[in-house]
Design a protein around this ligand. Structure first.
Ligand code: AMP
Length: 372
């Protein structure tokens, strides 16, 4: 089960289909056991939310019964409104009958109270209420709830017939509104030597973000001679890109290692169109997205000088040989530079002059970060 998005909100998996089935089965058995032998109840479902519950409940009830539905509008978005509007349905004579109201969820109980009052005047033999879900923390009424499938905390839920502004009823499981604050996810972009790593070191502390540099992760793996490191080394030493599949899986694993992050600075990733698409899909499954690509723009001749200078101390084979450096630019220009358009099309590209002092550049970047 994944996070789902309905209109503007995200909902996380909450109650699985199998658990719902077990709850419904148990409820139906309880109701049946309490009925006098031979009694034919009228189940009255409260639309719209109860349609799936009622359908499953009646099948599990597995006995003679009548079924009817009533409808009233009381929900407006995620808040229960106090004015119950209108009641539609039930024209049959209910005198001396056993009526069992089927509700998908009872929270404040306002809706139910209105309905209950109407039925109470109909000379019934018996009136009972069965609800799939119940929110004990917000229920304010005195009326008895005879059967409760599951008591849940006071958070907005959707699925299995329940909706958020019309959407979500079709999901077979229950999802809960996810109020987790949106994360800040930024791609720090630019050609080799543009200063991404240097800047990320400052920015991650300023914004409390996790910095993931795919180059650093590869180098760590090479140093520790892991399987991944051995595989990546031959590409990296030549200044070639490591194959997408390897890099994408590694990146996902790095993100998963930080479930409590406020967000990420992606440095050196994505570097190809398919990496960018994979990142979008991966974040979207988590209800997240890239907020912006912040690109350090530096002319190539300055970059070559910077990299050769860095090569004197970095110990990086790909920083010392001008041919390999040129190959890295070639990889950048042919495979990576196109990502500017990919993000620009989504209005997420922010170009920044990457020439100047480290501090000046940090300031330029943070002006953009503050807006994202
Ligand atoms: P960097 O430290 O970002 O300059 O990366 C050094 C090298 O690691 C690159 O030249 C590539 O060989 C490899 N690498 C880093 N990130 C990626 C990526 N996203 N896709 C493919 N290869 C990568």
């Amino acid at each position: 089960m994944k996070i789902i998005k309905l209109h503007d909100l995200y909902f996380k998996p909450y109650i699985k289909e199998a658990e719902i089935k077990a709850i419904v089965k148990h409820l139906a058995a309880q109701v049946k056991a309490d009925l006098p032998k031979g009694e034919i109840p009228i189940f009255v479902g409260i639309l719209n939310g109860c349609f799936l519950f009622a359908a499953d409940f009646i099948r599990e009830f597995n006995g003679n019964c009548e079924v009817s539905f009533i409808k009233l509008a009381s929900y407006n978005g995620t808040e229960t409104t106090n004015d119950v509007k209108k009641l539609v349905g039930i024209n049959e004579d209910l005198t001396n009958r056993t009526v069992i109201i089927l509700e998908d969820i009872i929270d404040t109980g306002t809706t139910l109270q209105e309905i209950y009052n109407i039925f109470r005047e109909k000379n019934l033999k018996q009136l009972k209420v069965a609800t799939l879900f119940f929110k004990p923390d917000v229920f304010k009424k005195e009326l008895p709830i005879d059967y409760i499938g599951k008591s849940i905390e006071d958070k907005f839920i959707v699925g299995y017939g329940l909706d958020y502004n019309g959407l979500g009823r079709n999901y077979p499981a229950i999802y809960q509104l996810s109020r987790s604050p949106k994360m800040k996810n930024i791609v720090l972009f630019g050609p080799p030597g543009a200063g991404k790593g240097t800047q990320a070191e400052f920015l991650k502390d300023m914004y409390n973000l996790v910095h993931i540099s795919t180059g650093d992760v590869f180098r760590f793996n090479i140093k520790n001679a892991t399987e991944l490191g051995i595989l990546a080394k031959k590409y990296i030493d030549e200044g070639d890109l490591v194959p997408d599949e390897v890099t994408i899986n590694m990146l996902k694993a790095e993100v998963e290692k930080n479930p409590d992050a406020n967000g990420f600075i992606f440095d050196g990733f994505p570097r190809t169109q398919s990496q960018a698409e994979a990142l979008d899909a991966f974040l979207s499954d988590k209800g997240q997205e890239i907020n912006g690509m912040v690109a350090l723009e530096v002319p190539e001749d300055i970059l070559v000088t910077r990299l050769l200078e860095r090569g004197k101390t970095s110990g990086r084979a790909d920083d010392t040989d001008e041919g390999k450096i040129r190959n890295r630019f070639n990889e950048y220009n042919t495979k990576t530079a196109i990502l500017k358009d990919y993000f620009a099309e989504q209005n997420k590209y922010y170009g920044i002059n990457g020439v100047g002092s480290i501090k000046d550049i940090t300031n330029r970047i943070s002006e953009v970060f503050d807006k994202l």
